[in-house]
Write a protein that binds this ligand. Structure first.
Ligand code: ZN
Ligand code: FE
Ligand code: FE
Ligand code: ZN
Length: 282
């Protein structure tokens, strides 16, 4: 038997820092936590400054980005091959061009692409939960998956983050979503994008890993490769529930996962396929 928050030796590519205004801890503490838990690598991927709005509780300020890159780059030097410089960037159609320009200014190893805004509504922010009452949940889901598809098609991202984040507070569509989902899976596969198995959903009202087993099954069928992310907003959350995430992948028939190997010339990391570590013996 395993503890529910059991660790599996997989790289964690989705971690935040205190810079974003809603997380705790310095990058160094996240790296130390990853080492202490025996993870093979860690990527720091704090929120890129938002371009369509400004909110110190959602992301760092533009003026802090340089310092973030320098701090994580120093950790890359002191932990060669262990630390990666990532960033979590919001897909917002209106600011896509600006976002590309901003990303191009820094040597990110990878970019996690996330949708946290549906037509200006920050739907995953508890402050805005009332928005779920003023529209149809089916319509919200359809629009969300449509935006994810656009994000995949944009070519701006390495990994798509929490692919069904829209379920965060437990709202479920009445209509079947197979159609939009198989379309999304095909788009992701065609784009050659990676998708993360994100354990933060277990710590949210929905109580379920992102993406749901049915979504992950559609992605596997389409040939999409996966990474793992805790979406840690505190150092203690690094690698959290990775054993459950690994078990979910194995149950759905995945035999390997995607690992990122930093390049030396400032371009994006190389993607390597590695076998999933076996589950614990019962
Ligand atoms: Zn965050
Ligand atoms: Fe996110
Ligand atoms: Fe995140
Ligand atoms: Zn996230």
């Amino acid at each position: 038997m395993r503890a529910p928050s059991g660790i599996a030796p997989l790289p964690d590519y989705h971690t935040h820092t205190q810079l974003c205004g809603h997380a705790q801890g310095a990058p160094r503490e996240y790296v130390e936590s990853a080492r202490a838990k025996g993870l093979p690598a860690i990527g720091i991927a704090d929120h890129l400054p938002l371009l369509h709005t400004r909110d110190p509780q959602l992301s760092m300020d533009r003026r802090q980005l340089e310092g973030y890159v320098e701090e994580v780059s120093r950790l890359k030097e002191t932990h060669p091959g262990y630390v990666l410089l990532g960033i979590e960037a919001d897909y917002v159609p209106q600011t896509l061009a600006q976002m590309r320009d901003l990303l191009a200014e820094y040597p990110f190893d990878y970019v996690l692409g996330s949708v946290h805004f549906i037509d200006g509504w920050g739907f995953d922010d508890p402050r805005n939960i009332g928005g779920f009452d003023s529209r149809s949940v089916d319509e919200i889901y359809r629009r969300y998956f449509e935006l994810m598809g656009e994000a995949a098609d944009s070519g701006a991202f390495t990994i798509l983050g929490h692919v069904d984040l829209v379920k965060k507070f437990g709202h479920r569509p009445a209509e079947p979503m197979e159609g939009p989902l198989s379309l999304l899976a095909a788009t992701i596969a065609r784009a050659g994008l990676l998708v993360e198995i994100n354990t933060a959903g277990l710590r949210r009202p929905v109580g379920e890993i992102y993406p749901a087993p049915s979504v992950l099954a559609a992605l596997r069928k389409a040939g999409v490769r996966v990474t793992f992310g805790s979406d840690a907003h505190a150092p203690a959350e690094v690698g959290m529930d990775f054993a459950a995430a690994r078990d979910l992948a194995l149950d759905l028939g995945f035999v390997d996962y995607a690992a990122l190997v930093p390049s030396r010339n400032g371009s994006r990391a190389q993607v390597e396929t590695r076998p999933l570590p076996a589950g614990d013996a019962e």
